[in-house]
Ligand binder design. Sequence first.
Ligand code: TEU
Ligand code: CA
Length: 561
Amino acid sequence: MRNQRWKGSKWWKEAVVYQIYPRSFCDSNGDGIGDLPGIISKLDYLKQLGIDIIWLSPVYRSPNDDNGYDISDYQDIMEEFGNMDDFDSLLREAHERNIRIVMDLVVNHTSDEHAWFVESRKSKDNPYRDFYIWKDPKDGKEPNNWGSWFSGSAWQYDEATGMYYLHIFSKKQPDLNWDNSALRHKVYDMMHWWLEKGVDGFRMDVISLISKDPNFPDGEVNGLYGDLSPYCAHGPHVHEYLQEMNREVLSKYDIMTVGETSCVTVEEAKKYAGKDRNELDMVFQFEHVSLGEGKYGKWSTDPVNLKELKAVWKKWEEGLEGVSWNALFWGNHDQPRAVSKFGNDSSEYRERSAKMLALCQMFMKGTPYVYQGEELGMTNASFDRLSDYRDVESINAYHEMVEQQGMPAEEMMSYLKRAGRDNARTPMQWNGDVNAGFTTGEPWIAVNSNYREINAKRQMDDPRSVYNFYREIIRLRHEEEVIVYGDFEMLLEESDQIFAYKRKLRETEVFVFCNFTPNHVKFEEQPAKASVLAGNYEEEPGGYLRPYEAVAYKISAPEES
Ligand code: TEU
Ligand code: CA
């Protein structure tokens, strides 16, 4: 692919990203918590898988109310993960293997233990007061009805000054005030510091929420509180601030940026990541992972409807064409396991459907993201007991739903088992030894009980494993220019069983057909003069696609064949 360069080509379009959630990846010292030396010890594993970029979930100093998404010092490393020397070694060792490292930039909020907030809460005239969002009580109560995304009110009363501060997430995650220019420039300085060190970009946490509606109006009530999203997502100055950040920082480096843009629409995405907008390179959208949500939002056990799923991908792939660039993912540290949500995690179909999802994702247009363990087909942990859960979102939601809203406990547990974030946060399954080889100590969260069957060691030795299928698909993605740069067209839109699309670059075409069901599905669309490029069955399909079958055909340009 790399024999040819043109204006639209970019290294981050040709790359495959692997997301590491450090706490759960590999523990080097037996304290039960994954760490930086642990990651270093697995770089060869990642190199063999074939990925190009690591997105590192937060490794900064943090009291861990939200596993590092609550940062108390942006320029220091979480004690449990190691120190700055370990980080420098990780960066060097990754670069030696041609693997880039993208940091998580969490600047919508800090920890309440960050020095800025410690100062800010001291007095109304503290120089850092305006770094956060403080409001007077209204009629002796919260300034408005907004509910936190992690349950309860989004406002926390602070005795010292008799005012409330805003926290969209937990009360230990106060929101920064991006309307304050001094704050913005502190953030830019910090970004420069990491970029000068040599990191290769940023994944920007909830960057769509940084600019709030200055009127702070009540939100529409659903449950106990009002919805803040319309007043915080894509707020009045968000694009202005991102353009400023781009001008002052991002444009000075050859890096990759991806915005986590909660609530984003195609129209907004074109602004955040439009080619000529000078903001970000791409954004994560959440419409496909939100399918199956119900009256309690994500707390639902409803299955994903394939036709809806296809409609969402069509909208995003075709909608961004030529204007922006897509980010392709099935899972991350906030989502249930991909194979459990979109595939079939029964012992009969787990491997087949995990491979199907890999092919379906990686041959679409955009930069693919693999979340740790996805390449093994790791499944939801589906813990039965509340005491096994560690996630602040899940635990708070349980208490609010069951204790304040009267939901039966069993019902809430069924939602946690299906949708809780800890499903994806159990330790990486390295081998069949005790604790899946993740730690010699007591893991901070229980290991999924299926680790003897599902683990990296076993799969690396098996040419037909999910892991080796990922390797193959990643290799093809690197080899076939059409998969990176070709146009995307959705096919068989009316089918409620087959997810199909075509990629085309000049004379070369790739056709992908994925059966999202455990049934044999009639299939007559084999393109003429095509050869099989990849598939998850040994033999080519006949007149049927077999359960969870995925197959890609290629028609080569005359001069290439
Ligand atoms: O997540 C943002 C976010 O919108 C979450 O509320 C997410 O949608 C939810 O967890 C799904 O149920 C980011 C991070 O990815 C997440 O881990 C953090 O907890 C959150 O921001 C706060 O920093
Ligand atoms: Ca450790």
